[in-house]
Design a protein around this ligand. Structure first.
Ligand code: BG6
Length: 475
């Protein structure tokens, strides 16, 4: 269904995210007919260039990041694209930008720039009369560095925009499988009755990456995995897994429930944290070389054992882990059900509980580990088999999986905030994260070293071994 006509102003339009994700995402929505032919995309950045040069830049990016584009469709799409050079710290370009906007269509300002510019741009949009009561403003992560900075970003944005106009992106919420988790839990009757501490032993949430921090060292070394991934993406996955059923799939119903989960997060003890940093080896640079800081104590890997202090989840550990330069790129949520209480089968030992795995990437899908009888007459033996559903196989292998950004940008135009973080949600997540970071800074903890291509430091394995459990294998 096509969205209404819109003007989308993209700040930071020549930057990496815009060229790699946002513009190709808009192209794909145009190709399938969801972006109307009379929509306008106005790229802005500081560089002086004309619209033709900007279009050439997009063409080059499409060849690199979305090479399957159709040339005639791209030509039509690019007719909808223009460029205005704007100095966000000064006066240049604002009146020209104002002239390029139409009065009677949805207006969205997408800030694909550093958070230090958010408040300033919001203020300029307001002063120059560009922001209408119906305009939306979209901001990228990182949404602050700690609770204090997140609060001041919220204040800066809210000085010019109302909360219902502010879209804080966490691209994990745009991933198909994350939304599917909502469908799995709340559109089926099978799982929800079991979704609590009576039946679930523990949950493992893994976001493993093979990439390092190359090229983003300056930002990353100030952040580390806790701020870069846990505070946002993994906390969001945890929320989707642990939240109570919202009364409807609507922005505030869903976000109210997510905030309750974040507020139920208990403080994490130092023994329940394992931090790691990938080391140099076989002539490959390590983390400290990539960030250019030989004495860095920033973690490129973290594993945590987390508890939620509420009725549903009392006593159920949620193990979270994420890291760079690991064995495989693999993200999943694995829900471990309790072992059957008693076995009626002689000589088979204790039975293992079912495991429901929601695979986010790659090969999105759902697997349920079940136990069956080994086929054949050779005695009664049991085996584990996976009831395995790959979305690509089940729904048609040649359906291109839309990128998270495509979905989210269209939601902005539709005015649907369900998959965006509310201000109080971001603040609540920082309020949980801050003391954990403060703790290791005060203690002067150093991350353990781990091999590139491994599944993280030994300490992370111990986190589960100690509890008589094991991580699922990465790769
Ligand atoms: C970003 C982080 O938000 O998410 C990156 O800043 C990380 O460090 C990326 O690599 C992971 O996203 P995805 O979609 O590739 O899993």
């Amino acid at each position: 269904i096509p969205v209404n006509p819109f003007d989308l102003v993209l700040f930071g339009a020549t930057g990496d995210l815009a060229q790699r994700k946002i513009l190709p995402g808009l192209y794909h929505r145009f190709e399938v007919g969801q972006m109307p032919e009379d929509a306008c995309i106005i790229g802005t950045a500081r560089s002086d260039m004309d619209s033709d040069a900007f279009r050439d830049q997009i063409r080059a990016s499409m060849k690199e990041f979305a090479p399957q584009f159709k040339k005639d469709v791209l030509d039509r799409f690019l007719k909808r694209v223009s460029y205005v050079s704007v100095d966000v710290m000064g006066d240049k370009g604002w009146s020209e930008l104002a002239k390029s906007l139409r009065p009677d269509v949805v207006r969205a300002f997408y800030l694909s720039v550093g958070p230090n510019l958010f408040s300033n741009i919001a203020q300029r949009l307001d002063e120059n009369g560009l922001a209408t009561p119906d305009s939306r403003i979209v901001v990228e992560k990182p949404f602050g560095h700690d609770l204090a900075s997140a609060k001041s970003l919220n204040e800066g944005l809210r000085a010019c925009f109302k909360e219902h106009q502010i879209y804080r992106i966490d691209h994990y919420l745009g991933k198909e499988t994350v939304q599917n988790l909502m469908a799995l839990r709340f559109a089926n009757s099978l799982f929800e009755p079991l979704w609590n501490s009576n039946h679930i032993d523990h949950v493992q949430i893994t976001v493993a990456e093979t990439v390092g921090v190359e090229g983003r060292g300056a930002y990353y070394d100030q952040s580390g995995a806790m701020r870069d991934m846990i505070q946002n993406h993994l906390v969001q996955l945890l929320c989707m897994t642990a939240m109570e059923p919202p009364s409807k799939f609507a922005p505030n119903s869903v976000r109210d429930e997510k905030v309750k989960v974040i507020e139920a997060l208990e403080p994490v003890e130092p023994k329940d944290i394992a931090r790691g940093q990938y080391r140099a080896e076989h002539g490959d640079d390590g983390y400290v070389d990539h960030v250019g800081n030989p004495s860095s104590r920033t973690e490129s890997f973290i594993a945590l054992k987390v508890h939620l202090g509420n009725w549903r989840w009392a006593g159920v550990p949620f193990y979270l882990r994420t890291g760079k330069r690991l064995r495989a790129r693999e993200s999943e949520i694995a829900v471990y059900f309790r072992d059957p209480p008693h076995t009626i089968f002689p000589n088979v030992g204790p039975l293992r509980g079912n495991v429901l795995v929601i695979r986010l990437q790659p090969d999105e899908g759902i697997t349920l580990r079940t136990t069956i009888k080994d086929p054949g007459p050779g005695g009664f033996r049991l085996s584990d088999v996976a009831l395995d559903m790959s979305f690509a196989d089940a729904l048609g292998a040649d359906t291109r999986a839309p990128d998270a950004y495509e979905r989210l940008v269209m939601d902005v135009i539709r005015g649907d905030q369900t998959l965006f973080m509310r201000g109080d949600e971001a603040e609540a997540a920082w309020a949980w994260v801050d003391p954990i970071i403060q703790g290791w800074e005060e203690r002067g903890d150093r991350p353990a070293r781990y091999d590139q291509g491994s599944s993280g430091p030994e300490e992370a394995l111990m986190l589960l071994h100690r509890d008589g459990r094991r991580w699922r294998q990465i790769g």
